[in-house]
Design a protein around this ligand. Sequence first.
Ligand SMILES: *Cc1c(COP(=O)(O)O)cnc(C)c1O
Length: 460
Amino acid sequence: MSDKVDRAAPDWRRNIPRTDHLMRLSEVVEALTRVGETEVKGVISRHQQLAREGSLPVEEVSGAIVRALRNHSALSLTSVINATGVVIHTNLGRAPLSVAAREALQTAAGYVDIEMNLATGQRSSRGSGAREALLQACPAAEDALVVNNGAAALLLAVTAYAKAPRPDAANAHSAQEILVSRGELIEIGAGFRLTDLMESTGAKLREVGTTNRTHLADYARAMGLGTGCILKVHPSNFRVEGFTAEADIASLHELAEQHGVPLVLDLGSGLLTRDQLLPDEPDIDSALRAGADIVIASGDKLLGGPQAGLLLGKREAIARLASHPLARAVRSDKLTLAALEATLRGSDSPVTSAVHADSAALHERTARLAAELGADVVPHDGRVGGGGAPGVPLHGWAIDLPEDVAERLRRGTPAVLARVHRGRCLVDLRCVPERDDAQLLAAITLAYSDHAHGADQLGS
Ligand SMILES: *Cc1c(COP(=O)(O)O)cnc(C)c1O
């Protein structure tokens, strides 16, 4: 059978350009500087196959390969315009980086003096630039340590305090207890539970108080020679309202100090200092001033930097964590340290700008695009997202479009993620850099006209 087919069309098949010939085309040679040979050969063989099947004319094979390679990237990730109004969007990689941080990544991508003092030629400590920037941004901290992410920071702190028994404990080798309020045993996202993480270290969790009310006295009653530390966690992604109580940091600090144990605060979002717009969001500076020994925060939430876990606090407390063997396993890479330092030293991060976007300016931009599209502007509240400032609305606006435009936008180039809500597609400009407005308008225009055509077909 196949013999017959081969003989039926031998001539044009023989004319399909051969791989070795295609590999010598100047455009293909250029593509090989960006994309690996396996990838390039994959593109070539897919087009040759299309030609063999008769779905691509033989004379168009070379041109099609050149065009395909022009847009071929070594990366499977796609840039997305975030038109949801959710600033720290977990599924879109949390914080977008500032211009300064992006430039820092470029620099750090090569050889850099990450562990070398170029003046002396001696080895220097890793990430000291990021550490100094953190200490400048947060004067209440005596020292700082940067690790992989917030979870790793918590893991390190809990491990260090649960496994290094206090010299005055009766049984110096038993695991120490971590005191934590029942109201703060949270699950973050994707089923990730803080309790599971902490217990995986071998620490004994000692739950105190109740879900809605925990008092200082509850901690005081549980405190003993087996206590490793007091852990206070900011329940970042929900709010308990009504009959609630929690012990404040200052009084917990007093209790911890009386018993000679450290007070560790997991703040999650990681505002450096108070933000008027987010009154209930705790900040690192206030927490340290109120007496926390260690404060933990993520780098890629409200701080607006790369994924990182920040540990700030008292000198001895940080030194103890830094010298723990686990610190090496959770250490940050040069890219993170560079981007973090630049985030801290650069101008406002995109996260800060989006959270504080001026409502009148947002309205003007939204109205301009909506007018071009012949669509309406509706009030729309954005969110901080990423487990920060739950329930706090960021008042703004959206372009109101038919629901099915959302999927076309998502699948388009550039990909645009809008919010689908109550049967409508809402395009919120809060997290869209103004320089992307023209691109966004073009994408919506296309998706919207496709929608109109789709509707016509359905109607006819
Ligand atoms: C987000 C969060 C974490 C985890 O931080 P990652 O950087 O995501 O690992 C831990 N604790 C709290 C309170 C959080 O909000």
